[in-house]
Design a protein around this ligand. Sequence first.
Ligand code: 16G
Length: 241
Amino acid sequence: MLVDGPVPKHVQLRQALLTAIDGELSPGAMIPSERDLMAHHGVSRATVRAAIAGLVSDGRLAKVPGKGTVVTRPRVESQLHLASFTQDMRRRGHRPTTRLLSCVAESADETVAKALDLPADASVWRIERLRLADDEPMALETSWYPESLFPRLDAEDLESSLYATLESGYGVVITGAEQTVWTERADRAHARLLDTPAGAPLFVFDRVASSTERPVERTVSRYRGDRYQLSMSLHRGPSSQ
Ligand code: 16G
């Protein structure tokens, strides 16, 4: 019940809608029309619009042209720490699966050779995988690994955790990584695989992961921008004091 008082009506309505979103309304469900919300809560159209606009900008509701306003899926929060996709998804209560798209041995180009500290033209495995959470495409990953370190990597189960395989099959534990993040619009091929419209925003992570001895993996991961949010803990460094 909305009441007169210090809390504006649109804030109260927004809270009521949030309770419904977290309760009976599942992702993809339509919320009641503006007219129904006005009648039910005894408020003006402007109040209804302000409450909905706030929830749209928080990513909890989305306007779907020709349909109405629907409840979004909560984004998967990824903390910027050193985890594998499999660990990260499990920790957040999702079921990770992987589709292997390709695995080939090729000569390292200049970028890969430099990242992996290999001589030019050294042989590397290039592995392309689609990563899913609860059967929904989340990320596309292209990774390169030195063949000299991981002979017969192509014979391993590449649809399970590669970090787990590097450890159990080759005794290589990933202990650190250098990572750069930027955004990009999905091209047609990426959009199709990720089941998202062409031009949709993606996070791109370029990671070089190392064991204690040396770099062992370069990965370019494209994560769906509508399904992720990134969080990080920031600490004051020595140079900023
Ligand atoms: C993450 C890493 C990726 C790594 C993969 C291993 C990011 C941005 N990327 O997706 O570099 O190859 O995990 O996951 O975090 P897996 O052990 O489940 O195969």
